[in-house]
Design a protein around this ligand. Sequence first.
Ligand code: FAD
Length: 287
Amino acid sequence: MTWLRPTTWDQAVRLRTAHPEATVLAGGTALQPLFNAGALRPASVLSLAAIEPREPVQLTSERSGVRFDALTTVHQALTNPLLERLFPDRELRWFGVPAVRHRATLVGNLLAPSGRRDLAVLLLLADARLQLRSGDGERELGLADLLAASSRLTPSPSRLTPSLIGPDELVTAVTVSLPDHLRHARAAIRASVAPAAATVAVALTALGPRVVLSIGGRIGRVPAAERRWMDDGANVDLAAAVRGAARVWSGDRRDEDTEYAVHAAGVLARRCHRALPTHAGRWDNGR
Ligand SMILES: Cc1cc2nc3c(=O)[nH]c(=O)nc-3n(C[C@H](O)[C@H](O)[C@H](O)COP(=O)(O)OP(=O)(O)OC[C@H]3O[C@@H](n4cnc5c(N)ncnc54)[C@H](O)[C@@H]3O)c2cc1C
């Protein structure tokens, strides 16, 4: 196996252009288990681990905008004051173990080949945009578009990079718009460290309320719940709206675990909504 180890983003982009077949590795916490199990045997690996981000997290000129380097780890994100509004649960104890949080990157989580992309829920709520670079220049890709495209794909070790990212492109940074108030809740079937059966996050942003649901490997905003919240204001029955979406997203599945997840989605939505400060509920519909 050939290892390519750039120390700057410029070098990494040049190497990516020359080796589009190489498997990109950031923290390695999603890919290493696939290497160990023999499910993935790449001929070459482009490891980003030696790139030192000069300024991992910085404010952008946009209102409430923050940009972070693609190599920002989960631990760095949780301890950075600029990202406090995005991660109100500063511990994220349910995410991996401390050793994993120190290595795992936020971007690696968004692009992880398995269905477990817990941080995508929060980043979608913050309208995350991925900055992509290749030898041809830079472009921006909305996380919402990326998630919509990857929910149509069956995760597979041979198709690691979601189809909207070219084989010669690297994600070098992410830009987010920080919501004013954000609440997040998850329910696991057996233990708190198990993958969540359902996750819900709600927030009030400058553009109105946002509701994000993750269930059965699909992650996305729930426009029907957001519209109902706009119309009904603080008295909205978010539980019913989110449960309805969870039911539709689960398709024909009616097994016990799916029924639990659909029910949990409604309960989590109610819990998140009730946890918002009361003045936020009045602010959101202008009443
Ligand atoms: C013990 C353990 C516990 C875990 N717990 C959780 C959990 O609770 N919740 C959860 O969601 N996940 C969990 N994970 C999975 C994993 O840790 C996360 O998905 C992590 O965020 C992946 O980040 P990484 O930097 O390690 O990614 P990597 O494994 O390095 O890469 C993941 C994918 O992203 C691509 N990639 C990474 N960076 C770039 C880039 N800059 N440009 C282009 N492509 C890129 C890689 O090619 C690869 O396809 C756990 C893993 C372990 C081993």
